[in-house]
Design a binder for this molecule. Structure first.
Ligand SMILES: *[C@@H]1O[C@H](CO)[C@@H](O)[C@H](O)[C@H]1NC(C)=O
Ligand SMILES: *[C@@H]1O[C@H](CO)[C@@H](O)[C@H](O)[C@H]1NC(C)=O
Ligand SMILES: *[C@@H]1O[C@H](CO)[C@@H](O)[C@H](O)[C@H]1NC(C)=O
Length: 328
């Protein structure tokens, strides 16, 4: 496999920021859905700034508190997280599936690829895009969802690292030669008032159609167009592709850390933390990357981490999923 150097992302693009963030931490904390709870119900993989903690008060600007970030853009101290994928063996034991970085973005350690789009890949749509404010947070998807009706929450069975289609609502049914990509597109219409809401979703409205296509117009209840945030996480399932290890009934063996073997409860969390007006400057410019947003080296990004508050086995063969996942 050939990795392109980090400079590949310094090439100006019309309408999006796309960058890698290395793994910051893998542990049971969830400052949005279960703030202050030690530990939270299931394991997450987290990237971004090192102000990540069990409690993250919306009144605190994490861009001022963090001292490093695992993201290639060094002014981005946001935190981004998803559940973690496990392989379930025939004997009922679990093993965490490793992550690897997007092939476009150099040799970061694990983590994910983050996107901020104005409109779509080739045009900025000429609309004003309002950056998030300090303290802003949101989630997309829900561990209890059983419908797969959000076109922005999808999987791609990677034939090679560049495969981007087709997308499925459920985990791929067959072994994937280069792993499984989990995709999370967030809503981009804001009510203009609230940094959060009780279910962490009602302050936002989704007009996204999946993929990276132009989203529909924002409704009057949520009139403010924000950047369209998306994550891609590459799960290296290739060590588990031997069909003799898969369930005898023909089902697929991967399961999210909240015990979801269909994958329809896939969800993701976003906590804004860009420094000053860096994100707004980026969104105001065409081409997007021409406005001097600072980057750092892969080595610097990989060096940033937070110590686990929750110390428990999450790797190696486990006889149950860590925590109190809800089987579904
Ligand atoms: C995380 O929270 C603990 C106590 O809740 C505190 O001692 C620690 O300094 C915090 N860490 C960060 C990076 O904010
Ligand atoms: C369960 O199966 C896995 C994969 O075959 C094996 O590596 C592991 O040792 C087994 N665990 C137990 C407790 O038998
Ligand atoms: C994926 O996992 C396989 C099997 O463990 C390993 O040989 C390979 O190097 C990994 N690929 C990447 C890109 O990390």
């Amino acid at each position: 496999m050939k990795w392109l150097p980090l400079v590949a992302l310094a090439v100006p693009s019309q309408a999006y920021l796309r960058f890698g963030c290395a793994t910051l931490s893998v542990q049971r904390l969830d400052p949005i859905v279960e703030p202050g709870r030690l530990p939270s119900s299931h394991v997450h993989q987290i990237v971004g700034g090192n102000a990540f903690n069990a409690t993250m008060d919306p009144k605190i600007d994490i861009a001022e508190k963090a001292t490093c970030t695992t993201c290639s853009f060094s002014e981005d101290f946001s935190n981004y997280w998803t559940a973690v994928m496990y392989f379930k063996a025939r004997n009922g034991s679990y093993k965490r599936v490793p992550q690897y970085p997007n092939a476009l973005l150099g040799s970061l350690t694990g983590g994910m690829t983050v996107y901020y789009l104005q409109n779509d890949f080739s045009t900025n749509g000429k609309a004003k895009i309002t950056a998030f404010k300090p303290g802003f947070r949101m989630t997309v998807g829900s561990p209890t969802n059983t419908k797969g009706n959000n076109p922005g929450l999808r999987y791609t069975c990677l034939q090679d690292v560049m495969t981007r289609a087709p997308e499925t609502a459920e985990f791929p049914a067959k072994p994937c030669p280069a792993g499984v990509m989990a995709i999370h597109h967030f809503p981009a219409c804001w009510d203009g008032k609230n940094l959060d809401s009780p279910n962490h979703q009602d302050h936002m409205y989704n007009t996204g159609k999946g993929g990276f296509v132009t989203a529909g117009a924002c409704p009057s209840s949520h009139p403010v167009r924000m950047p369209q945030v998306a994550f891609e996480t590459m799960w290296n399932t290739t060590g588990f592709n031997d069909k003799s290890l898969w369930p005898a009934d023909g089902s697929q063996p991967f399961v999210w850390s909240y015990d979801d073997s269909k994958g329809l409860g896939t969800h993701a969390d976003y906590l804004f933390g860009w420094k000053g007006d860096a994100l707004q400057r980026a969104m105001d410019s065409t081409p997007l990357l021409s406005n001097g947003i600072k980057t750092q080296s892969v080595d610097q990004a990989n060096k940033c981490s937070v110590k686990s508050t929750i110390v428990e086995p999450i790797d190696g063969w486990l006889d149950k999923l860590p925590g109190n996942p809800m089987p579904m």
